[in-house]
Design a binder for this molecule. Structure first.
Ligand code: IMP
Ligand code: MG
Length: 179
């Protein structure tokens, strides 16, 4: 059976939810100070691009940066070992940081990223993920803000891939027909 993407969360639902998230996130920060937004590449790229534009409408002063961590191979299961492929370049000493990821799954990635950014001097950390799969958790970690809590499906689209495919889809779909 060749893989099929079954539409799951529409483009409209994502955009509507991002506006709500931006409004709630605004209240978490000191608006006089800059917020360093750090997106985990590549999965969080679409989420970050849309969310920061929603945050900008609320007058937040943002600096954008990215990190690339590796935890997944090319398959659909996590290796559990997280490594830094590309570190962020912003000076984080004393900064308030908004950390963004596409999916909170086993929790290994977010836990590692939080520890790493704290060790780089971040003073305040707020985490937001587009999707949360709580059933899959291996380490006890929660995100401060979650777009959608979903069951244990393998999803693609809106930046999220399977072996680098499907990131370009404007919606989130369930990938069927792969192991
Ligand atoms: P964690 O370390 O297991 O929490 O992994 C989080 C990362 O795994 C996410 O940033 C995604 O890149 C990847 N991931 C988790 N679930 C899925 C999925 O359903 N589709 C594609 N990638 C996923
Ligand atoms: Mg990822």
């Amino acid at each position: 059976m060749s893989p099929v993407v079954r539409p799951f969360i529409s483009e409209e639902s994502i955009q509507e939810r991002l506006q709500e998230m931006a409004l709630k996130l605004k209240g978490r920060f000191d608006l006089e100070q800059r917020v360093v937004v750090i997106g985990l590449l590549k999965g969080a790229a679409f989420f970050m691009t849309d969310l920061v534009r929603a945050l900008a409408r609320h007058g937040l002063k943002l600096d954008l940066d990215y990190m690339s961590l590796s935890s997944y191979g090319s398959g659909t299961s996590s290796s559990g070992v997280v490594k830094v492929r590309l570190d962020c370049r912003e000076d984080l000493e004393g900064a308030q940081v908004l950390l963004l990821d596409d999916i909170l799954d086993t929790g290994n990635t977010l836990t590692f990223a939080l520890d790493h950014l704290k060790s780089r001097g971040a003073e305040k950390m707020v985490t937001a993920v587009l999707l949360d799969k709580p059933d899959r958790r291996q380490v006890s970690v929660t995100a401060d803000m979650v777009g959608f809590t979903i069951p244990n499906h393998f999803v693609v689209g809106y930046g999220i891939d399977y072996a680098e495919h499907y990131r370009e889809l404007p919606y989130v779909g369930i990938l069927e027909g792969v192991q």
